[in-house]
Design a protein around this ligand. Sequence first.
Ligand code: ADP
Ligand code: MG
Length: 229
Amino acid sequence: LYQSLMRHEKMETVSHFAAAVSHELRNPLQSVKGFVQLLQEYEYPRAKQLEFQQTILEEIKVAEDLIDDYLVYAKPIYGELKRIEVEPELSHVIKIMTPYANARNVEILVQAGDSSSPIMGDSQKLHQALVNVIRNGIEAMPDGGRLGVELETSAQSICVHITDEGVGMTKEQLKRLGEPYFSNKSKGTGLGLMVTYSIVNQMGGEIEVESEVGKGTKFTLEFPKLLDA
Ligand code: ADP
Ligand code: MG
């Protein structure tokens, strides 16, 4: 019973998610369609044609980026789980997020021991899961601040703690985390955490969130540690 409940829950998430992505893909596709129709209808001068073609390529890139951002997690994972080390993956993610943090006056403070941190997973998906939480932490501090990233390894599990000193959340907001389209931002997609929850679930991990309005938020992503054979 438990398993079928879980499967049901997962299927529901995937279909919500598919709806969200197809909704967002519609804009660039609509735009490509419009420009191709224009090119078919009129004899534009060569320069204009090239300009439209350039726009078409850019819109296709938008669609590709959306697929990269949001669908990376939806790839079939069975048989693709590999042994990965969390520490180098986390370092990579911090490196790619640093310019985003700097631009918002956020300092990322890293505490990552050099101990081995093996889990079963997919490095691309792990990147996505971490990026989405780190980005939220940065965005929660509109006036800047510190974002703590800590890697904790124990006998059984590998935990990544991401702590901000931002706006925090109410109990009501906490309950809705991971729900598609749930966003309190003017330009939020409300998809980031949904993706993160799905990925962490697929890896057999768990997410714990502690938050206080006006104080900040701590996300903990916990993965089962891979025990060496
Ligand atoms: P988005 O960032 O596009 O709004 P997410 O799924 O990433 O969508 O996050 C959903 C919502 O959860 C955010 O709009 C925000 O209200 C809340 N949230 C997530 N992380 C934090 C955080 N670190 N601090 C405060 N609120 C957060
Ligand atoms: Mg987000």
